[in-house]
Design a protein around this ligand. Structure first.
Ligand code: BDR
Ligand code: CA
Length: 312
């Protein structure tokens, strides 16, 4: 089976954890490394969480720390959803392995320039690391197959009426990536809010009864409760893994090619992904926007992904 090479940039985070699990265990994916950014929690905590998850799931790839803050704005973490640790709900023993000494931005550049084939970059946190890498070594864009972004929305946001967390956190970084010459697929709240870990889903995953499903159930318990308290949702939307599900099976999503720009205007819509879904402005199309999701197919992929960890 031909594998798709992948760099995963993330801020774990409950849903990031499930994205990592799905990516690392799937035979269609060759995970080259995990790079970490501040977002759901401080960089120190998201980095530690990435190490914990790698150790728990026996994921043997470099974990590199990246930017501790966005390019322009101040860092704003999200404990109300992900808790004090960033992965509340699970307690891990102190990690035995440590982070790779390379900076995430250097690692991204090095990995892309040395890869014999183009690499897919998935971002499930603020896009600071990838944007900085593009600025530091513009040649990397020739080595990127596509960027799949969990972020944005063509309807409403989840931090402000206009903006979704990952884009809101570092709009300037998102702007750099969206305006680069690489194909960008935006997996926004419009689709990710359709895959909520409702009680029957948690029960279904629990019945797998392995270490990965145990992790899933513990994480979703806290994630669901916080999503209920903060947004009044009946289950936590599993935002980040939708990117990986799409990489494994593109038929999970319906996408439309449109013009999309990031609002950088420092007003109330700062960080909005303005998607010209009706082509009002006749601007050059630059982004594949996810507009539909096959919910059953998505959960089948999550179930399959968890089942792949039976030997842990
Ligand atoms: C995004 O924000 C984070 O809290 C989640 O991990 C996800 O990446 C959803 O808006
Ligand atoms: Ca995330």
């Amino acid at each position: 089976m031909e594998k798709k090479k992948l760099l995963l940039d993330c801020d774990p985070g409950h849903d990031d954890a499930i994205a990592m699990m799905l990516a690392a265990g799937h035979p269609k994916i060759d995970l080259l490394g995990i790079t970490v950014v501040s977002g759901n929690q401080t960089l120190k905590k998201t980095g530690k969480n990435a190490l914990h998850l790698c150790e728990y799931l026996k994921i043997d790839v470099p974990v590199c720390l990246g930017s501790p803050r966005p390019i322009v704005r101040d860092v704003e973490i999200c404990p109300r959803i992900h808790g004090e640790s960033g992965l509340d709900g699970v307690t891990f023993p102190p990690p035995k392995r440590s982070v790779d000494p390379r900076h995430a931005v250097d690692f991204i550049i090095e990995t892309l320039l040395h890869s014999d084939e183009k690499v897919t970059c998935v971002t499930t946190g603020p896009m600071t690391n990838l944007a900085l890498a593009m600025r530091l070594e513009p040649k990397i864009t020739d080595h990127i197959h596509e960027v799949i972004v969990m972020g944005g929305s063509y309807a409403n946001g989840n931090v402000t009426p206009a903006a979704e967390f990952n884009i809101y956190e570092d709009p300037e970084a998102a702007d750099i990536v969206f305006r680069s010459d690489v194909p960008v697929t935006m997996v926004g709240l419009d689709v990710t809010r359709q895959v909520m870990a409702l009680p029957d889903i948690v029960k279904r995953m629990d019945s797998i009864q392995n270490k990965a499903s145990e992790l899933f159930v513990k994480l979703m318990k806290v994630f669901n409760e916080n999503q209920r308290k903060v947004f009044g949702l009946p289950g936590g939307p599993l935002h980040d893994p939708v990117t990986i599900a799409y990489l494994i099976d593109p038929s999970v999503l319906t996408v439309e090619f449109v013009h999309c720009s990031i609002d950088l205007s420092h007003n109330q819509s700062y960080g909005r992904t303005n998607c010209d879904m009706y082509d009002y402005q006749h601007k050059e199309k630059n982004t594949y926007i996810a507009t539909g999701i096959d919910v059953d197919k998505f959960w089948d992929l999550i179930e399959d992904g968890l089942s792949r960890y039976d030997d842990l």
